[in-house]
Ligand binder design. Structure first.
Ligand SMILES: C[S@@+](CC[C@H](N)C(=O)[O-])C[C@H]1O[C@@H](n2cnc3c(N)ncnc32)[C@H](O)[C@@H]1O
Length: 388
């Protein structure tokens, strides 16, 4: 995919577009981008002419991947030859390795439901305030706009999902609720950059969602409840603000699909790797350096592995639990909900049909699908729920 014939004039516009809009999703691309950066650094350090446009795109790409790419010994030497104050290209080249200018997030524009009092929620808040997740760059269009008028994205993180719905459905009103003020400020900055105004971002615990004093036609809660101390309490709180006839979209970790990352988590614990940005960068390099048959290398198959905050979410989480389809059944029923549909997503649906099943809310069928294809829910169990 990438043209290694550097420097700049050999680069294709595809690469420039990728640097402006893309995200790394696999080890080969990460290594290729690190090599591109090394080659540019060499050119800049030698005083060769280099396009500022490319360096600007590369700098924002490295920033959005939280400077997670390996810095080689050659890079270290060449970096000592740069003076970011001397020229624009040296400035931009330096910005490919560490932040030289931090844009202030609109932290003071995020209002608060009430102080977070649950100890687990507070630990989760601290994690996502240090490592807002996920970092994202483009806002995909929804294939079918959601017609719901009042939408809650519970645990909205950095706001991509909330903004997808707000953009697709300009007459809807979207509320994003999250523990992390930093993630919410990131989301608000993204909304402002795109002139999306039918959305608001609030800091608060799902446990306190009733304080919003609203009912919602549609509640989205993706990758969130499994980080709560008591997910059932969380789901009950969401059900209490669901309008009659409304639907909850819920996504939860599958135990079977999460098994492949377990070896990397055990290795992280055995090494006592610190959950700091540098600790995470270093641990990632340790995983890359493992023998190819080491089970901890399974982490390389997750797209979350390719940023610092993603690796933290994947391998360093302060609170997470995993579900079987039967755990999901118990949770949903205890919250007074029923499944409208389970296994939402192209891959699970295809496997479901391939095995001859037809009732998408039948968990016994889904259990058989997952037993045969244990990685089916690597993107989580995704389901639609309604009140009983
Ligand atoms: C893995 S991220 C998912 C973010 C977003 N839903 C997405 O799919 O990109 C989990 C988010 O849930 C939030 N969260 C976890 N527990 C929460 C709670 N009790 N109340 C509100 N937000 C919570 C975290 O702060 C974090 O931003």
């Amino acid at each position: 995919m990438l043209n290694y014939n550097l420097p700049a004039d050999a680069l294709t516009s595809d690469l420039l577009t990728f640097l402006r809009e893309g995200m790394v999703r696999d080890a080969a691309t990460e290594q290729a981008i690190a090599l591109v950066r090394t080659e540019y650094l060499k050119s800049v350090a030698q005083g060769a002419p280099v396009s500022a446009d490319i360096l600007s795109a590369l700098a924002s790409f490295c920033r959005d991947h939280e400077y997670t790419f390996a810095v080689s010994a050659e890079d270290e030497v060449n970096l000592t030859r740069l003076d970011p104050a001397r020229s624009k290209v040296e400035n931009l080249m330096t910005a490919c390795f560490w932040p030289i200018f931090e844009e202030a997030l609109p932290l003071n524009d995020i209002s608060n439901l009430r102080p977070i009092s649950n100890a687990v929620s507070d630990a989760v808040r601290a994690q996502y305030e240090e490592s807002p997740y996920p970092r994202w760059r483009v806002l995909p269009d929804l294939p079918e706009p959601d017609t719901a008028a009042n939408i809650l994205v519970a645990g909205c993180g950095t706001g991509q999902e909330a903004l997808i719905y707000a953009k697709a459905s300009p007459h809807s009103w979207v509320t994003g609720l999250d523990l992390s003020r930093v993630s919410l400020a990131y989301a608000l900055a993204q909304a402002r950059a795109r002139n999306i105004a039918n959305v608001r971002f609030m800091q608060g615990d799902i446990l306190d969602v009733a304080l919003l004093e609203q009912k919602f036609d549609s509640i989205k809660c993706s990758g969130v409840l499994h980080h709560m101390e008591d997910p059932l309490r969380g789901l009950r709180a969401l059900t209490s603000v669901l309008a009659d006839g409304g639907k909850i979209f819920l996504a939860l970790y599958s135990a079977r699909s999460s098994e492949p990352k377990e070896a990397a988590i055990q290795l992280r614990k055995a090494r006592n790797a610190p959950a700091t940005d540098n600790g995470i960068r270093q641990f990632r390099q340790e995983i890359f350096a493992l023998p190819t048959n080491h089970p901890a290398r399974n982490a390389l198959n997750s797209i979350d592995f390719y940023s610092v905050s993603g690796t933290r979410d994947l391998l360093f989480h302060v609170q997470e639990r995993y579900y079987s389809v039967w755990d999901v059944k118990a949770l949903v029923e205890a919250a007074g909900l029923r499944l409208v549909r389970f296994g939402i997503g192209a891959k699970p649906e295809q496997r479901f049909r391939d095995m001859g099943f037809t009732d998408f809310s039948d968990l016994a069928s889904w259990d058989k699908v997952e037993e045969r294809h244990p990685g089916t829910f690597s993107g989580m169990y995704r389901m639609l729920l309604e009140k009983v």
